[in-house]
Design a protein around this ligand. Structure first.
Ligand SMILES: Nc1ncnc2c1ncn2[C@@H]1O[C@H](COP(=O)(O)OP(=O)(O)O)[C@@H](O)[C@H]1O
Ligand SMILES: [Mg+2]
Length: 303
């Protein structure tokens, strides 16, 4: 089942000046399976936040369709299934984590007794044990992010939407947020998060959607996007006369006592390995160098 489906979403903003129109979303199409971690990737200004605002019903698209768990997104029933963490969460900072979560739970009509249990579960989940009675104004960016995440979980939503949750976090904060996202996935939640921090996505998403200038450019399983994109194979070997290489028109690079030859395809790599073996050389290693998300991203931007 699809947790979220967006089809041909379009949104134009009009400026007051000369009523010029800005086509911010030109054609966003994507789908998120239930239970997956989905990375919504795009450079700044690509339209990620605008897309998220459309999903949440904060702004209205000009065209297109959005469904949550197979139902139209714009119903109150659908909205109950959503949890949202904005890019810069802001809370009344004289509250403590316990007070914030209790207050949020009351807004959702969760009974008091149940709420106390829930509050402590969530504080444990986001790793804020021992900090439950400290005022939020004393919290670091990472801690605010975590209490924000806990707050989005109070009503037990099925789909979590996190807008740039990694921005402004240090490496430890990123690792901790990744761990929390993994435990939420294990608990059966679907997580949709936007980012331009590719390294963080590479370690954790099931699928990505790449948008550029308001358009979906690529969508797919990360493993497919990456394994389809082996750049080349690097063959390291030793013990072969250079003459054999030149006779076979192979371009090589000396490296210490070894040599390196690059092959574009697996067949070419096998052919070269054959030449080296027949010439009495020893293969030291064959390394496929895969494209990283960063490479894919840069290639998309250039096109
Ligand atoms: N309310 C608005 N009025 C006019 N332009 C807007 C409005 N909101 C966003 N934009 C423009 O839309 C583009 C996409 O913005 P946004 O969705 O915030 O991108 P992202 O989150 O991917 O960085 C930007 O060029 C931004 O300036
Ligand atoms: Mg944004």
């Amino acid at each position: 089942m699809k947790a979220l489906e967006i089809k041909n979403l379009k949104k134009t903003f009009k400026s007051n000046f000369l009523l010029k129109q800005y086509h911010v979303l030109k054609d966003i199409t994507l789908s998120v399976e239930k239970g997956e971690v989905y990375g919504f990737l795009g450079p700044n200004g690509a339209g990620k936040t605008t897309t998220i605002k459309c999903i949440l019903g904060l702004i209205f698209p000009d065209a297109g369709e959005i469904t949550l768990m197979g139902q139209p997104a714009n119903t109150s029933e659908s909205k109950k299934k959503l949890g949202f963490l904005p890019e810069q969460p802001y809370f009344y900072d004289y509250l403590t984590p316990v007070e914030l979560l209790t207050f949020t739970g009351m807004l959702f009509g969760i009974p008091r007794q149940q709420l106390a249990k829930k509050t402590h579960e969530l504080i444990r989940l986001v790793g804020l044990e021992g900090k439950e009675n400290i005022k939020l104004r004393k919290f670091s960016k990472g801690m605010v992010q975590r209490i924000g995440l806990a707050q989005t979980l109070v009503h037990d939503p099925e789909l979590l939407i996190l807008d740039e949750p990694f921005s402004g976090l240090d490496p430890i904060g990123r690792k901790e947020l990744r761990d929390i996202i993994f435990s939420l996935k294990e608990a059966g939640k679907t997580i949709f998060f936007s980012s331009h921090i590719l390294q963080d996505m590479e370690l954790m998403v099931d699928r990505v959607g790449i948008i550029l200038a308001g358009q979906t450019r690529k969508e797919g399983k990360l493993s497919d996007l990456i394994s389809l994109s082996v750049h080349d194979y690097e063959i390291a070997f030793t013990g072969l006369a250079e003459q054999v290489l030149t006779d076979n028109h192979l371009t090589f690079t000396p490296r210490d006592k070894d040599y390196i030859v690059r092959a574009d395809t697996q067949q070419e790599s096998n052919r070269i390995i054959g030449i080296i073996n027949r010439g009495g050389g020893h293969i030291l290693s064959v390394t496929p160098s895969k494209m990283t998300l960063e490479d894919i991203f840069l290639r998309e931007i250039k096109e």
